[in-house]
Design a protein around this ligand. Structure first.
Ligand SMILES: [Mn+2]
Length: 226
């Protein structure tokens, strides 16, 4: 049994499938976690959502929220308020809305996304999309602050949006594994913070982190944008 964490997918199922094959991922006994940003930008966002939703129901896939899912949910709730950001071509939300328009499972999938947690702990690791909020007056982060630290204006959760250098290791020595901040190779940003988003939608490189032996596994392909 092995536990994998994958970086930001943005609809790139054609990068994920060969990489899972390469590591001999076995859905009957292995687990796959995502650090969020599954939707938007990639032309196969609909197929990826279908695949992972089925994986979740089968018990091998576990997602957490990314800022793209948070904005998708915000847009669905208040389209007028969030359309300028979500429908901006650089943000890439239109491709997800089009995919949802085409599936009879749209509401089911949106209801599922709304249940994703912001952080999850697995075997001495904390997964969070962008970073942990800082405990005031310290240089440590705390996952428990994720639910309460929100942007007063938009209501967005800061732990889905933090950028380098605003990243802090967890006070309890667990390894923080994040996406969102793109790196050319998955690497420790500083002790206790592993960044695994190798920017598949831009570079074609996707990375998996295997928790049990703390190894990184990468695949190369081509971006497919919507
Ligand atoms: Mn992101």
């Amino acid at each position: 049994m092995a536990t994998y964490v994958v970086g930001d997918l943005h609809g790139h199922i054609h990068l994920l499938e060969p990489l899972l094959k390469k590591v001999r991922f076995d859905p009957s006994q292995d687990l796959l976690y995502s650090v969020g940003d599954i939707v938007d930008r990639g032309s196969d966002t609909g197929a990826l959502l279908d695949y992972l939703y089925d994986g979740s129901r089968a018990g091998w896939f576990y997602p957490i929220l990314g800022n793209h899912e948070e904005l998708l949910l915000s847009y669905r709730e208040k389209p007028d308020r969030f359309k300028d950001v979500y429908l901006d071509p650089g943000f890439g939300g239109r491709i997800t809305l089009n995919a949802l328009d085409r599936t009879p499972r749209a509401q089911e999938i949106l209801d599922w996304i709304a249940t994703w947690p912001m952080t999850v702990e697995v075997e001495g690791h904390i997964l969070v999309h962008a970073g942990l909020p800082r405990v005031q007056g310290s240089s440590w982060g705390d996952a428990e602050l994720c639910t309460t630290r929100v942007d007063p204006d938009t209501g967005f959760h800061q732990c889905l949006w933090f950028r380098i250098p605003d990243l802090y290791p967890s006070f309890d020595q667990k390894i923080v594994v994040s996406g969102h901040n793109m790196v050319s190779q998955a690497q420790f940003y500083r002790e206790g913070i592993l960044l695994i988003d190798t920017g598949g939608y831009r570079t074609g490189a996707l990375t998996l982190y295997r928790i049990e032996d703390r190894t990184l596994h990468s695949g190369e392909g081509r971006p497919r944008l919507g």
